[in-house]
Write a protein that binds this ligand. Structure first.
Ligand code: FES
Length: 159
C-alpha cells in the first residue's frame, strides 16, 4: 500500500535541515494536541528580517519529519512576514499531499515555525500583522522540553 508519495518518502528518508541552530534568533517548540508528538524549530534571521537558516528536531512521525523538512526548506530565504504565511495546507501542497489522518503532522511543522517566529519577534522587538493576537501554543510541560530533545532520542521514526 502506497501510503506516501515519492516526495514525502524522500523528505522522510533524507530529511533536510535536521538539527538545532546554536544561538538562534528564534526558537519554537510545539506539541501536537492530536498525537502528543513534539517539534522544535530554530531560526537565524538577518538584519533585513530574512530567514537565513532554519533547522528542526522532532519526535514526530514520518509525515512530521517530511513536513518539517519541506517547511524549513520553504522558509529559508523568505522574509519573516512571508514565512508567517506558510500554512500547513501549503506545506502539504508542496509535498504533493498527505493522507488525511496525517494532516495534523503538517500542522505541527506550521505551529513550531510560527512559535519560533513569535520568539524572534518578542526578543527582537518586532511586530507582524500575521502574529497579531497570536498566543504561542507550546508544550505544557516546559521543564522537560530541553531534556526531551536529547540527541540520542532522536531516531528517524518512533512509531
Ligand atoms: Fe504525531 Fe504525525 S506528528 S502522528
Amino acid at each position: 500500500m502506497a501510503l506516501y508519495n515519492d516526495t514525502v518518502m524522500d523528505h522522510f528518508l533524507n530529511p533536510h535541515n535536521v538539527g538545532e541552530i546554536e544561538n538562534p534568533d528564534g526558537k519554537g517548540i510545539y506539541g501536537s494536541p492530536v498525537c502528543g508528538d513534539m517539534m522544535m524549530v530554530t531560526l537565524s534571521v538577518d538584519e533585513n528580517e530574512v530567514i537565513t537558516d532554519a533547522k528542526f528536531k522532532t519526535y514526530g512521525c514520518g509525515s512530521a519529519i517530511a513536513s518539517s523538512s519541506m517547511a524549513t526548506d520553504m522558509i529559508k530565504g523568505m522574509k519573516v512576514e512571508e514565512a508567517l504565511e506558510v500554512s500547513n495546507e501549503k506545506i502539504v501542497e508542496e509535498l504533493g499531499g498527505l493522507p488525511a489522518i496525517k494532516i495534523h503532522c503538517s500542522v505541527l511543522a506550521e505551529h513550531a515555525i510560527k512559535n519560533a517566529i513569535y520568539d524572534y519577534a518578542q526578543t527582537h522587538g518586532k511586530t507582524y500583522a500575521g502574529l497579531e493576537g497570536y498566543v504561542p501554543n507550546t508544550d505544557p510541560d516546559e521543564d522537560d522540553e530541553e531534556e526531551g530533545f536529547e540527541e540520542e532520542q532522536f531516531s528517524d521514526e518512533k512509531k
